[in-house]
Design a protein around this ligand. Sequence first.
Ligand code: HEM
Length: 414
Amino acid sequence: MLRALRHDYEQHGVASYSHVGFAKMVNLFGPDANRFVLLDKDRIFSARKPWMLIMGRIFPNGLLLMDGQEHKTNRKIMHTAFTRPALRGYAERMNPMVAEGIASWDRDGSEVLAFHLLKQLTLGIAARVFVGAELGPETTRMNGAFEHLVAASMSQIRLPIPGLEFQRGLKARRFMVDYFRRMISDKRGGDSPDIFSRLTRTVTEDGERFEDQQIIDHMSFLMMAAHDTTTSTLSSMMYELAKHPEWQESVREECIAYGADELAFDDLDRFEITGRVMKETLRRYPPLPVIPRIAQEEVEFEGYRIPKGSMCVVSPIFTHYMSEWWTNPEDFDPDRFSQERAEDQRHSHSWIPFGGGPHMCIGLRFAETQVKLIMHHLTRRFRWSIAEGYEMPVQQAPISKPMDGLPIRLARVK
Ligand code: HEM
C-alpha cells in the first residue's frame, strides 16, 4: 500500500485522482492535506457517508457514522464515559485481568501466536470493562458474535447469503442487540463502573441522554473501534520489541523500576519509554492506514479541484513515512518522540494514528492505558523473541495486522 501511495505522490503531487467503480476517488497526501480534510473547517467532508458504505449495515449509528450536530451531541454524551475518573476505574478493573491473562500464556518456551493471545486478552477486557460481564459461557458467546460482526463489517461480499461472512455478521448483530437490550434496565438501575452502565446513566448538563437503541448501537461500535485497533498496536509493538531487544529491555527496566504490580492510571505518564515505543509503533504501523471522507461540495486544495461527491482519502501511513517530516523514517527510532527531538511536533497533522478534528479517536487515552498496562504486566513476566531473519507480513487493510499471527517465543523473566 505504501509503495502505491508513494508512486501516486511522485507522479501527481499532493492530490491524485482515480475511480473505484463509478465513484471518483482523490488521494490527498501530506500533513496540510490531513489538516484540510480532517479538521474540515468549512464542514465540507462527511465521515458518515464513506463509513456507512463500509460498515453501515453492521454498525449503524456508531459515532463515526454521524456528521454535524448529531455527531456533536452524541460525542458530548459519550465523552462522559471517557473522563479521568472513568478511565481510572477501568484501569483498576483491567490490572488483575491482564495479570491473570498473561500468566496463562506460559508454554514452556514453545512457539505461540502473539496476535491470537492478544486478541483473547483484549476480548476478555472488553467483556469486563465495556460490558461489565463476568467471564462465562454467555461472554464466550458474546465474544464469538462480536468476532463475526467485525469480520462481516470488513468482508468484501456484502450479500446476506447463508454461509457467507456477511450473513453470519447480520445474525451476530441480532444476537448482540438482543444481549444488550436484555441488560439495559439492570444497568440503568445499578451503579457499576463499566462503559455500558455509564452510557445508560449519563446525562449532560443540558439534559441530553441516550435512548436504549442509541446505547446498543454505540456499544457495538465502541467495542469494534477499541478492539481491533488496540490488538493491532500491541502486536506491532511486540514485533518491534522482539526485533529490537535493547528497547524491550529498556521498557522492562522502566516497568520494574515502577515498583508496583498494578499500574495506576495517574502514573501513566511515568511510563515515558513505553510511551515513546508506542508512538513510534503507531507511526510505523497505524492500525487505520487510510481515512476516508466524502466531499459534499466542490472544493479546491492547493490548486487541485476536488469534485462534489468524490471519495477523499488521507493516509496516515504515507504521512508517517515522509522524509520531509521524519528523520530516517524507515528506522525504528522511538527517541524521535523525546522532548528534545519531538519530531511529531513539526506539524500538527504529521503524526495522525488517531485521526484529527471532530472525529479524532475518543478512546485514545483508553488505548494508551490498555497498552501501557499490558506492557507493564507482560515485560515483567516474559522476555520474547522472533526467529532470526523473521519479517512480520502485514495485512494493511482495513485494519493493519500480522497475516501469520506473529509467531514468537516467550521465556520467563527470572
Ligand atoms: C491504538 C488504538 C486506536 C487507534 C489507532 C484508533 C484510531 C482511530 C482513528 C484513526 C479514528 C478516526 C477515524 C476517522 O476519522 O474516520 C478513531 C475514531 C474513533 N475511535 Fe479509535 N482508535 C484506537 C482505539 C480506540 C479505543 C480504545 C476506543 C474506545 C474505547 C476507540 C473509539 C473510537 C470512536 C468511538 C471513534 C469515533 C469518534 C468520532 O467519530 O467522534 N478507539 N479511532
